[in-house]
Design a protein around this ligand. Structure first.
Ligand SMILES: Nc1ncnc2c1ncn2[C@@H]1O[C@H](COP(=O)(O)OP(=O)(O)OP(=O)(O)O)[C@@H](O)[C@H]1O
Length: 251
């Protein structure tokens, strides 16, 4: 356990009254409108909502990829708005992991080099035993010398997951991680993320449109018009669909 974890709350990420306004004047768009949320350590949370409800904006603000107009984001005990660019980049490298819909692997690097890239950037010694475990569990052992173009989409996403987990981040942000995958590869990815939560106490925040993917989470947050309008613990596909339908109905 890191020293600062002994005093930190059980939350991996918290937000307080998060607001993000794009543009100004009559054309201003309030993409987030006072979102306060807490993502506990060792929990898998899905963020859902209709198109334009603010999901991507929320994830980008949580991950320090976008600056909120007002309100606070705290990751690993640090308030992002108080960090300069260098400190924010360091925090992102060392304490956050990322899994994107488009995989975002470097094409010139092998699978192994992609997996270790963030650890190298963070000047961290690669934990070889942990890496071997990840690679074995993700079924990548015989693919480590391949470049991304030589891998299937599912394999590329599994490389991205190994990269995200290798540094044992405080939180993994996943943006539609199954959006580019067929259902079998998508299921493998979701099962692995679930397993990482169960066995490694990983904390995952995942934006998804897919109720099946959301059902792998411990909890679903529903956004509409930039606000949290509902939450669902221990989600099932049917209940997620019912809640989404309710949100989309005109009131
Ligand atoms: N850079 C931007 N400039 C202006 N408006 C933006 C910008 N990014 C997002 N928006 C607006 O903010 C609102 C929320 O967008 P956001 O992309 O966060 O929604 P979303 O729930 O992720 O949507 P989707 O499911 O379609 O990806 C939308 O009205 C969108 O048009």
């Amino acid at each position: 356990m890191r020293a600062d974890e002994t005093t930190a709350s059980s939350a991996a990420v918290t937000t307080q009254d998060l607001t993000r306004v794009y543009g100004s004047g009559a054309g201003a768009v309030r993409a987030l409108d006072g979102v306060s949320a807490s993502f506990a350590r060792g929990r898998f949370t899905a963020v859902m909502g209709p198109s334009g409800s603010g999901k991507s904006t929320f994830l980008h603000c949580l991950a320090g990829l976008d600056r909120p107009t007002s309100g606070a984001v705290v990751v690993a005990g640090q308030q992002l708005a108080r960090l300069n660019r260098t400190a924010l980049a360091k925090l992102r490298r060392e304490r956050m992991g990322f899994v994107f819909q488009a995989f975002n692997l470097l094409p010139v690097l092998t699978a192994e080099e992609n997996i270790t890239m963030i650890a190298h950037l963070a000047r961290r010694r690669v934990d070889r035993a942990w890496m071997a475990q990840l690679v074995a569990r993700l079924g990548l052992a015989d693919r480590l010398d391949h470049r991304p173009a030589q891998l299937s989409g599912g394999q590329q996403q599994r490389v991205a997951i190994a990269r995200a987990l290798l540094t044992r981040p405080d939180v993994v942000f996943a943006d539609e991680p199954t959006g580019n995958l067929d259902s079998r590869s998508g299921t493998e990815v979701l099962r692995f993320l679930r397993e990482a939560v169960e066995t490694e106490n990983a904390s995952i925040v995942m934006v998804t449109h897919d109720p099946t993917a959301a059902a792998y989470a411990d909890e679903v947050l529903f956004l509409a018009d930039g606000r949290i309008v509902d939450t669902l613990a221990e989600p099932t596909v049917d209940e997620v669909l019912a809640r989404l339908r309710r949100i989309s109905e005109p009131s």
